[in-house]
Design a protein around this ligand. Structure first.
Ligand code: MOS
Length: 697
């Protein structure tokens, strides 16, 4: 690499898209200018299970400004084998409360909303069940869990090891129904073009991947992917809820089919996003650990139970990373599910690892105490040489260094392990820590990038990558600049459009791995074909080569969270006064955007620890607290002192950049560190999130 190239990756550059965003010039999906738009307001089922008996839309159709009322009676037919979550308005069956049963399309959003209230839908109700408990009679073992991961794993004899162990712990932990709440709600603007209004489809859509949206929607609609274009240059957050299209996109697309080529705009209300954009399933986990006299784990058993929808299965890989985290000869991990009459759960920032590490890292804290060993030392003592269940070597694993260096910076040394030892006025003060790991997923190959030489030594890089607020616009320019050997200012990026070379979505912390690999390959091919100084107009498209190390080495990002918590002895209020994350991320492409990703994840973990809980009413099947007044999320006042730092690193196995995934890493383990600190403060172990005040009284 040249001297110039060395400068881009690793520089804390400000976001390229920042000025556009703060001045309101970055057009989000709903704001994209389209000619002569119509507006959609949905109609949602008011029963949790049953059938539609009748729909009376006459009053709505006669209302001012109404163009059409969409129901299952006039909706276009979708592919019979389509994804059940997306195959809406094809029959009269109600599968969950708030299911879309239709929509009103009108000249203004106000007219659509008003008229939606005039549509009378009568139902024949059937008994429903949305209850979730470990002894539910319909509990079952899925064939596999999210990301195609094996449901169970067994090594050695856990029961025997637990019976013989010097110390054992056996606890049940629960995490509630959680809802993602990106700042920008889910929005779609759908327009059909062509003679009969069904030739080509353009979507301005808020999503985590334009190519993914296109490749998932086209088969549902029964059309070739080339006839669908998804445009999404700016996205106001996703957290997994926009990783894949949900039913709202299909609703807008079906509505647009009925209105002769006019674009139909649909922005979900905050309330609608709670039901229509997936959620994190509530979970019940049991962790059993056995340890010998030296504090070495002899057995690890981790089981999770999640709630899934009855009409489409989705189960988080909650105990997956437990398989690779700590050494122990006897091990078992399981996943079970309870089917319910609810909307389909989905991926939510670090699906699996986030709830899984709340339980595992709480249990590790409990076992450290039971063994009388400092929580950092206890983890260090159980550090594996190789990945325990596969025997694979680690690509790089600086977990111990994260704990040691994090402890040093946090001021962990000299900590009195006895709970309840520090009080300042009415506040009980404690500290806690927890481990963090996030695996490298290599789920969707086929990412391509195009590089084109422009006049004056500039380059343009095209890739259907997504920036959902992460800083991808900027970080990809940095990777491109180094790959092309030019200053970062000389790279024009184009992302967020399915017309660009196809790319993996921004999900599973995989985005940069696929995108960066494709860009570096394209730059290499460009040089190979056109030399070091290509003429303007020289252009190549290249596909990211498959990673040859997948299945041969164990690849994870690691970290350690340290928390200081104050619990009010009179009110039970919990304040997180300090949160420090020390991470092992390989090479960091942009320290500014990386830190922002990490502290965002940590604050989301804080929010999970203290506040977030969706409350379902079993009588009616819906989530009661579908708004930000009642579903609490950490705000600035909840975050007193949070920071994320990392070790120098360069993982030669992940990708050519040497960078591990950061998007989801920050949240994993953060809630456990806070719960462990709250226990240290009070002596009260909260195993059921969120840690609301009454749990400390
Ligand atoms: Mo992330 S939950 O994989 O979008």
């Amino acid at each position: 690499m040249t001297g110039v190239a060395e400068r881009a990756v690793g520089a804390p550059l400000v976001r390229r898209d920042g000025p556009l965003k703060v001045t309101g010039r970055a057009a989000y999906a709903y704001e994209q200018p389209v000619a002569d738009p119509l507006y959609l307001f949905p109609i949602e089922a008011t029963v949790a299970r049953g059938r539609i008996v009748s729909i009376d839309a006459a009053a709505a159709e006669a209302a001012d400004g109404v163009v059409v009322v969409l129901t299952h009676r006039n909706a276009a037919r979708l592919a019979p084998d389509a994804d059940p979550e997306l195959r809406i308005l094809q029959d009269d069956v109600i599968r969950f409360r708030n299911q879309f049963v239709g929509a009103v399309v009108a000249e203004t959003s106000e007219a659509a909303r008003y008229a939606a209230g005039l549509v009378r839908v009568e139902y024949e109700e059937a008994p429903h069940d949305v209850t979730f408990r470990a002894d539910h009679p319909e509990l079952y073992a899925p064939e596999s869990v999210n990301a195609g991961i094996a449901t169970d794993s067994v090594f050695g004899d856990v029961e025997m090891a637990l019976a013989k162990a010097h110390r054992t712990i056996d606890h049940v932990y629960s995490t509630p129904l959680e809802h993602h709440n990106p700042m920008e709600p889910h929005t779609t603007v759908a327009a059909w073009h062509g003679e009969d209004g069904s030739g080509r489809l353009t979507l301005h859509d808020s999503n985590q991947g334009a190519s993914t949206a296109r490749s998932m929607l086209a088969p549902v609609l029964g059309i070739a992917p080339e006839r669908v274009r998804v445009i999404s240059p700016y996205v106001g957050g996703g957290f997994g809820s926009k990783a894949m299209p949900h039913a709202h996109v299909v609703l807008a697309v079906l509505a647009a089919r009925l209105v002769g080529g006019r674009p139909v705009k649909f922005a979900m209300s905050r309330r609608q996003t709670f039901t229509q954009a997936s959620h994190r399933s509530p979970q019940i986990q049991r962790v059993r650990l056995g340890a010998d006299r030296d504090g070495r784990l002899t057995a690890i058993a981790h089981g999770s139970i999640a709630q899934t929808s009855r009409f489409k299965e989705f189960v988080e890989q909650t105990t997956f990373v437990t398989r690779s985290m700590y050494a122990a000869p006897n091990r078992s991990t399981t996943h079970r599910a309870v089917p319910s009459d609810v909307s389909v759960p989905g991926i939510f920032r670090a699906p699996g690892e986030t709830p899984g590490f709340f339980a595992l890292e709480s249990a590790m804290d409990e076992m450290a105490l039971a063994c009388g060993i400092d929580p950092v030392e206890f983890r260090v003592r159980n550090e594996p040489e190789r990945e325990p269940e596969t025997g694979l070597p680690f690509s790089s694993r600086d977990y111990v260094a994260c704990m040691r260096e994090g402890a040093r910076r946090f001021g962990w040394e000299g900590r009195d392990p006895a709970p309840g030892g520090t009080r300042a006025g009415e506040w009980l003060i404690g500290t806690g820590m927890a481990g963090c790991a996030y695996p490298a997923y290599f789920l969707r190959g086929g990412t391509q990038a195009a590089v084109e030489a422009l006049p004056d030594g500039r380059y343009r890089v095209d890739i259907a990558a997504a920036d959902i607020g992460t800083g991808a616009w900027t970080a990809l320019a940095q990777v491109s600049a180094d790959a092309l050997g030019v200053p970062v200012e000389d790279v024009d990026m184009a992302i967020g459009d399915s017309a660009l070379p196809p790319a993996a979505m921004a999900g599973g912390s995989m985005g940069m791995t696929f995108w960066g690999t494709a860009i570096i390959e394209a730059a290499r091919v460009l040089r190979e074909r056109f030399g070091e100084r290509p003429e303007p107009g020289a252009r190549v498209t290249a596909t990211a080569p498959d990673n040859p190390h997948v299945g041969k080495v164990s690849m994870h990002a690691y970290g350690a969270h340290f928390a200081e918590v104050r619990v009010n002895a009179d009110t039970g209020e919990v304040r997180v006064s300090r949160l420090l994350g020390m991470f092992d991320l390989g090479r960091v492409i942009n320290p500014r955007t990386t830190r922002s990703q990490l502290i965002g994840g940590m604050i989301m973990g804080l929010s999970m620890a203290l506040h977030e809980e969706g409350v379902r009413d079993p009588r009616f099947g819906h989530t009661v607290n579908c708004d930000l007044a009642q579903y609490h999320i950490a705000a600035h006042a909840d975050v007193e002192d949070v920071d994320a730092i990392w070790l120098d690193g360069d993982d030669r196995y992940y990708n050519p950049m040497g960078a591990k995934g950061v998007g989801e890493t920050g949240i994993v383990g953060a809630a456990a560190a806070i719960a462990n600190a709250a226990h240290h403060a009070t002596g009260i172990r909260v195993r059921d999130l969120p840690m609301t005040p009454e749990k400390f009284l």
